[in-house]
Design a binder for this molecule. Structure first.
Ligand SMILES: NC(=O)C1=CN([C@@H]2O[C@H](COP(=O)(O)OP(=O)(O)OC[C@H]3O[C@@H](n4cnc5c(N)ncnc54)[C@H](OP(=O)(O)O)[C@@H]3O)[C@@H](O)[C@H]2O)C=CC1
Ligand SMILES: O=C(O)C1=N[C@H](C(=O)O)C[C@H](O)C1
Length: 247
């Protein structure tokens, strides 16, 4: 039995994780924590793994506290910077027995979309990312879109591709979106949506589109549970659920 604590348990994602853990025969929910609760409560409850779906401003401090407490961490919260990831990596050197998984998206379709986008990237002159989310989301672009764009940019760089063609010289209102390592990323916020992404590739005379849709937050739960079950077998810092899958 794996004892699980959920941080952000009252939130949109955390409340789904609480239900998914409670429904799993091999997992025990031992702590459901939210704002103002101390990580110490997870220690007292003998948690082996903590799942963090909180807010970008809180998640790094939570992960450091979990490492200090000797608890594996599965993190879905977005907003991680390269510097913050480096600090977690450094901290984990003090605890080589612990695993921390930080994944921008736990939906299987989104994990595959990120991998497929990186695989397709060397073969197209143009690439852009459009992410579409519910309007209560606090960060933009989404963590998934950032990861997707960085993967495309790295694959293009490895293949020696020139920048995507773009004649724009006048864009006073930022209509071309965010520029993530040379890949333009556009964020839509619309009531009725949950989490969606399109990756657009173009060559002369053709287009290739990858699209992933999470219509319901239940779509993230199989990936979260995979992370909970596997994090103890993967010491150190892991970025992306694909690292736990045979892809
Ligand atoms: N990786 C993935 O697959 C997915 C990632 N996400 C990401 O997960 C995060 C959460 O999303 P969502 O559930 O929609 O957001 P919510 O705002 O619904 O939930 C966040 C919860 O965390 C609570 N909280 C804030 N600070 C702390 C803290 N220090 N300790 C414990 N709890 C805290 C909030 O309380 P309060 O409201 O009082 O501040 C709230 O209940 C976002 O970064 C989002 O991008 C979302 C979906 C999928
Ligand atoms: O806030 C959300 O809802 C989501 N956040 C994650 C992100 O920023 O990529 C994952 C998913 O897109 C849902």
């Amino acid at each position: 039995m794996i004892n699980v604590a959920v941080l952000g348990a009252a939130g949109r994602m955390g409340s789904h994780v609480v239900q998914a853990v409670e429904a799993a025969d091999d997992l025990a929910l031992v702590a459901a924590l939210d704002t103002d609760d101390e990580i110490a409560a997870a220690t007292h409850a003998k948690a082996h793994v903590a799942v963090d779906f909180t807010v970008p401003d809180a998640t790094e401090a939570n992960v450091h506290a979990l490492i200090d407490a000797g608890i594996h961490a599965v993190v879905g919260t977005t907003g991680w910077t390269e510097d913050a990831l480096a600090r977690v990596d450094e901290h984990l050197r003090e605890r080589p027995d612990l695993g921390v998984l930080i994944a921008p998206n736990f939906a299987i379709g989104a994990v595959l979309a990120m991998r497929f986008a990186a695989a397709a990237a060397p073969y197209f002159e143009s690439a852009e990312v459009v992410e579409l989310h519910h309007p209560d989301k606090v960060d933009a672009p989404s963590g998934t879109a950032l990861h997707t764009a960085r993967g495309i940019a790295a694959a293009r760089a490895s293949a020696g591709l020139a920048p995507s063609p773009d004649a724009t010289t006048h864009d006073p209102d930022g209509a071309r979106g965010a520029n993530v390592d040379g890949v333009h990323v556009h964020a839509v916020r619309l009531r009725g949506l949950v989490a969606h992404e399109e990756v657009l590739f173009g060559n002369a005379g053709e287009a290739f589109t990858i699209r992933t849709d999470s219509f319901d937050r239940v779509s993230f739960m199989p990936g979260v549970l995979l992370g909970v079950r596997e994090v103890g077998n993967h010491p150190g810092l892991t970025l992306g659920l694909d690292r736990y899958m045979s892809l």
